[in-house]
Design a protein around this ligand. Sequence first.
Ligand SMILES: [Fe+2]
Ligand SMILES: [Fe+2]
Length: 339
Amino acid sequence: MKISRRNLIKLSATAGLTAFTATSISPLLGVVNVAQANPRKKTKITPFNFAVIGDAHLYEMPNHRFDKTLERAVNDVLKMKPKPDFVVFIGDLANFGKKEELLKGKRILDKLRKAGIPYKMIPGEHDWYLDLGKFWKKLFGSPYWSFDHKGVHFIGMNSILVEDYWTARDMTPWERMLAIAELECHICGLWGVGEKQLQWLKEDVKNLSPDTPIVIFTHSPLWNYYPRWNFQTKDADAIRDILSKFEKVIAIHGHVHQVVYNRTGNMVHIGNLATSWPWPYPPVELPYPKIVMHRADPGDIYDGVGFATTYIDDTFLGNMKYVEWADLIPKDLKNGIPL
Ligand SMILES: [Fe+2]
Ligand SMILES: [Fe+2]
């Protein structure tokens, strides 16, 4: 199995892209023989690429700097050659769940659709807790979905649902929103997808054969990265269990606003950059295999932020490439990360 250099070059978005091998960065990632781990699939995939944008955290005020960085990501996607087949926005479009913030975000993202690039949305906690997702759903429809594309089964889920922490405390919608907008909310509890979506997921994949290539998008990671900051999904174990019958699952998440990678069983996990700001890495030593970006210059609005493009080849080997506009991506990750 080979990654086609020509195909990889074709998907190049804004930065130069050259050939890579899975083993060339494997010592850093703690991943060995990614290619060999993907036996030839019976399900036929036509190679394609898609882009992932997220964590825009738009404010209501006009001409905010986060408008510029989201617009830049959208404009970069529009310049991709070939065009990505679609874009997934991976949550936190708004900062405080306000109608004006969500509407502004939709206006910016709709440039994609007007140029013939469809986009799918999942919510982040910043989109949701002012009105419990009411306006978000009005604009974007169901917060969980699946579709098949060129031989791959794509799933999006709403991973930011928490138990009611507001009613007993008699909190206003605004107080509820401000609480969960904190990185370390002490009263919100851990979040997840909940029983209804777990049942839906079971049904969704029930009739798929184990060799079906699966890509799942959630706002938060499907592994316990740092639960104290809700860098986790409470029922990730149940999701991984439902998807454990598949030979391989690519799980892409937002929320952490940083470069991070892990493997659990048949799943490879990768975090997307924000277009707003980069979060710091958790201030503790963690045992996970991880990759690390350099730290940002707070004075540069394009530093440490960006988005990602992902190429899927005909063997379901993915390559996720961070598009970051300064120079914070370590050299050995510049050609992408094998998934
Ligand atoms: Fe975020
Ligand atoms: Fe978030």
